[in-house]
Design a protein around this ligand. Structure first.
Ligand code: SF4
Ligand code: SF4
Length: 347
């Protein structure tokens, strides 16, 4: 793996194209927080046996792991894989506790605060099951904080005629990757693989972050699908209102299935402060970046923001509270559930 990384970083031509897309660089103008700057240091390290400073390793955690630089890079260098491996190799630890533990503690705190909004799933007794067996992967945010997304997703899948034979309550493993804890990520991935029944047609995710993480487990990729892709497969026309806007998560490359009338918020004004859990792990730094990341008041006031990532929902709710705006945030499943066209087409 070490030699692979050496070869990868050697491919950097220093063209600087990553400057135009890296959200952290755009906000800080700090070359040392850009993929190119990090690769220059790594090349020195490999060529001259220089020591990687603890600051360099610590700063890896200020990368959002969005991989926008890879998508734009002529050499297709995978920053996310390289930085995660370097954290693992150098035994990076966030603070005194592994971040994965802190993440679950934070979610538990939110659960206690939000327990009054827990929503019970309405079971559709007259289910018309014709589309095959599926597993629904709920992820930790649904499990601990935002169960209304899960309930909405399950209701939609019921209505579409899918037979949800299992709801996975396992973590996708993203907090382990954020820690550079590849051993725990592997262990968790094995548990997920073992938990998937063999007769499953799809593994459905309603959160883009879970989906992108599970995509890194080769045994799952063939059957992995997002909720909006399922709706697209079934040709559902979703409704829109003038106040609806879509927040595209940084980690999502392709389009989300939505009516074309729904405006996509400007990507550069993105507030995906939850990528790599920046807002939870490095709150001061995240708040410093807020002016660059955050949407402007006029873009989102009195709007309903739809987002296909539950971590983004978390970050957007934080932003809206901070800006004291009258704005709602719906997950994609919550939006789809209230969309009248689904009701009509399923009659
Ligand atoms: S775009 Fe790729 S090749 Fe160009 S400087 Fe950035 S990392 Fe290097
Ligand atoms: S992964 Fe994202 S934040 Fe990290 S260097 Fe690349 S573009 Fe910048």
């Amino acid at each position: 793996m070490d030699s692979d990384i050496r070869e990868e970083v050697y491919k950097c031509s220093k063209c600087g194209l990553c400057q135009s897309v890296c959200p952290i660089y755009l906000a800080t103008k700090n070359e040392m927080l850009l993929a190119r700057g990090r690769y220059i240091i790594l090349n020195n390290f490999y060529n001259y046996n220089k020591k990687l400073s603890s600051k360099f390793i610590k700063n890896l955690d200020l990368c959002l792991n969005c991989n926008l630089c890879k998508n734009f890079c002529p050499s297709n260098i995978d920053a996310r894989e390289i930085f995660t491996f370097l954290k693992y190799q150098n035994n990076y630890k966030y603070s005194f506790l592994p971040f994965s533990i802190i993440f679950f503690l934070i979610l538990l705190t939110y659960k206690i605060r939000k327990k009054n909004i827990l929503v019970k799933r309405e079971i559709n007794q007259s289910r018309n099951i014709k589309q095959g067996n599926i597993l629904y992967f709920q992820g930790c945010i649904n499990k601990y904080v935002n169960p209304s997304d899960k309930n909405a997703a399950l209701n939609i899948l019921d209505k579409l005629g899918y037979n949800v034979v299992k709801i996975s309550s396992l973590c996708c493993g993203l907090p382990y990757l954020s820690d550079g804890n590849l051993k725990s990520f592997q262990h968790n991935s094995t548990k997920i693989i073992d938990s998937v029944p063999s007769d499953i047609k799809y593994i459905v995710c309603s959160c883009d972050s879970c989906y992108e993480t599970l995509k890194r487990i080769p045994e799952l990729t063939k059957r992995l699908i997002r909720l909006d892709d399922i709706l697209k497969l079934n040709n559902f026309e979703l409704t829109s209102k003038a106040s609806f806007v879509y927040h595209k998560p940084l980690i999502r490359n392709d389009e989300c299935y939505l009516p074309k009338e729904i405006k996509i918020l400007n990507k550069k004004g993105c507030c995906s402060l939850m990528e790599n859990f920046l807002l939870l792990k490095h709150r001061k730094f995240a708040n410093q970046l807020m002016n660059n990341f955050a949407y402007k008041k006029d873009d989102i006031e009195n709007k309903t923001i739809i987002t296909s990532c539950l971590l983004s929902k978390f970050g957007l709710e934080y932003l809206i509270k901070k800006m004291k705006l009258n704005t709602n945030v719906y997950s994609y499943a919550e939006y789809a559930e209230i969309s009248e066209s689904i009701e009509k087409q399923c009659l």
